[in-house]
Design a protein around this ligand. Sequence first.
Ligand SMILES: [Zn+2]
Length: 209
Amino acid sequence: MRLWIVLALLAGSAAATTRHAMGHRHTILIPLLLVPALVLGWQEWTFRGDEDDFSVIASEIAGRDVRIECQRFSGALLDATAEAGYVQFNADGTPTDTGRLERDACRDLRSYLHGDQSNPTIEHVVAIQVLAHESFHLSGISNESETECAAIQRIDDVAVDLGATATQGRAVAERYYAEVYPRMPAAYRNDECRQKGELDASPDDAQWP
Ligand SMILES: [Zn+2]
């Protein structure tokens, strides 16, 4: 949608420039079309660039080439679900190749990526976890509590991939586990998601999550 508006504005300003060169005065019309075209074009460029960054992180976790797509404004209007992210699974139980992030989660993730990562809001922390969570769905895990627990143990790495230092990444993980995880719906929690529990991916180290 945004891309089509950009192209239409560029086409309009090209036509106006041509007519201007032929002697019709379009001194105001040209910048009126060109400036929004450049602003919207820049927004579209950074939006897609951020999706590319998120896709690289998700592919690393999934162990295969996957794509993360951010919900567009038009999609947000139609979206009736409360899910912050979504991966569709095929009938044979394998995941599709695309994870979708809901508009707010994506906005928070982009804000974290472009911020300084030193003082994240709880919304930033949740959005980082959503990316990690959908990435583990893309790796093939469908069970929600197992996916959530695997993601909790990688959220620090995801934060680092988004620009955090190792210390900042650890703080994100500890904050999610302490402040958000206990409030998640029962389907997302598991008693074995703890230090040396069955879902501890590295039971031999002292680090949790
Ligand atoms: Zn899930």
